[in-house]
Design a protein around this ligand. Structure first.
Ligand code: CO
Length: 461
């Protein structure tokens, strides 16, 4: 048998997030967890990203409880989560104490691999999470957010990969959130990284532009150690390339994915009716399943494009879309070419709309762009537009430190605010991450239990 290729199944996290806005309920996957565990996957991506928020906001589920439940059924396969570095699961920076405690509790509750990224590829925004993961005995996977620009050269990516390895990460992931990495790029980048690094290299992409499966094949041929796939019922479009197709192809070429095809058939048979249910009730919009070549033409993620379309529609200015789309690369250049991933995709998109509709470029600079130019998101990947930065800063000097160094722990105030409503340290962490959603969840939990107690008393009578 040839080289072993690790397959990570994303149906519970990224595919769930990309296709049905993270609405998968626990009872919709509970009965297949044991089969997922036995299928031979390297890991099961099941937490982080939007899953946490969605559990509290829409599903009336405790995200920590969900994690413990998955762990109780998945005993052999590693569980994996996505973490936005110092942003944890949110859109802004948190204190080191919160990041450390969150990581520690994630691992205590069953997490094995934590994939850590920063939207600017600023390693200072990843270092606390990496350190905490290693200290808690977890597997720290450092991440390169993939994008294209004049400053995102192979040399820079390899340098970044090397830094991530030197920080003690157990593995590296190339994260292509927009699905724009071509097979040739993947081949060259993986080759370059494998030549320099000792740690395993994983590749993550989406099928949005139709490149995904080819990109994975090239990456594996260049020496990648693992790829993220989605079981076919939830694959394709904005989600990952199909697990079964990749395994079939790679096995035939002499690679060993370790996947039991009887198990993947069972898993797919299980998820097919789930997908059909979401298609029927509108939870799955068929448009996310088709190939969107615009992302290649404009080099912007599909999600960002649909956001801008709805923003412009609301402003009755959809006829300005082409102008806005051609403004995006200009704004991105002014900001030193940030990768277009949360939160930068929203920040660049909104400023581009404002620049076009406002009639004057930067006539109105958003508070996020101001904070960015002041240095509060981290270091811009490339040089920013100096005139613009000067205009925003005035006489102020840009902040060049690590943004989290300015932050105090959020935990004491959260503890005090919640009082008895919090039943565990995990509850405190949920509250810091999503205050309104977590508090509403805790209150409804109290009410439900009070109701249960009164029923029991009735029955006794
Ligand atoms: Co993704």
């Amino acid at each position: 048998m040839g080289k072993n290729i690790h397959i990570t199944e994303t149906v519970l996290r990224d595919a769930n997030q990309s296709q049905i806005a993270t609405r998968l309920k626990r009872e919709e996957f509970a009965d297949i967890l044991e089969t997922l565990d036995q299928a031979g996957y390297y890991s099961l991506e099941c937490w982080g990203g939007a899953t946490f928020d969605s559990c509290l906001r829409y599903l009336d589920e405790d995200p920590w409880e969900r994690l413990r439940f998955i762990k109780s059924k998945v005993k052999n396969t590693k569980l994996q989560m996505l973490l936005r570095g110092q942003n944890v699961l949110g859109y802004s920076h948190y204190s080191d104490e919160f990041v450390t405690e969150f990581v520690k509790k994630s691992i205590e509750n069953g997490m094995d691999i934590i994939r850590i990224f920063d939207a600017l590829n600023d390693v200072r925004n990843m270092e606390t999470a990496i350190k905490a993961t290693i200290e808690a005995g977890g597997h720290a996977q450092g991440t390169i957010c993939y994008t294209t620009s004049p400053i995102h050269t192979f040399e820079n990516y390899v340098k970044l990969g090397k830094t991530i390895e030197d920080m003690g990460c157990h593995s590296l992931c190339i994260k292509d959130m927009a699905g724009i990495m071509s097979p040739q790029m993947a081949y060259d980048l993986v080759k370059a990284l494998k030549a320099e690094l000792k740690i395993p290299v994983y590749v993550h992409t989406h099928m949005t532009t139709g490149l995904g499966a080819m990109t994975y094949l090239s990456a594996v041929q260049a020496g990648a150690d693992g790829i993220d796939c989605a079981i076919s019922a939830f694959s394709g479009g904005t989600a990952q390339p199909p697990t079964e197709t990749m395994v079939y192809t790679l096995n035939e070429m002499g690679y060993d994915c370790g996947i039991d095809s009887k198990a993947t058939k069972k898993i797919n048979d299980f998820f097919k009716p789930v997908q059909e249910k979401y298609l029927k009730d509108g939870g799955l919009n068929p448009s996310v399943l088709s190939t969107k070549i615009d992302a290649l033409n404009y080099q912007i993620p599909g999600g960002m494009l649909s956001n801008m379309i709805s923003q412009l529609t609301a402003m009755k200015s959809l006829d300005r879309l082409e102008e806005v789309l051609s403004e995006v690369p200009n704004v991105r250049k002014d900001l030193g070419y940030p990768p277009l991933v949360t939160p930068m995709s929203q920040i660049v998109g909104a400023q581009s709309v404002s620049n076009v509709l406002g009639g004057k470029r930067y006539g109105n600079v958003s508070k996020e762009v101001k904070a960015y130019l002041k240095g509060f998101y981290g270091t811009a990947p490339g040089p920013v537009n100096e005139a613009l930065q000067k205009e925003v800063l005035g006489d102020e000097k840009p902040f060049t430190g690590r943004p989290a160094d300015t932050l105090e722990s959020e935990l004491p105030a959260a503890r005090e605010h919640l009082g008895k409503l919090a039943r565990s340290e995990e509850d405190i962490l949920s509250y810091v991450a999503f205050p309104a959603q977590a508090e509403a969840y805790f209150e409804s939990r109290e009410e439900k239990e009070a109701l249960k107690v009164s029923y029991t008393i009735e029955e006794v009578k």
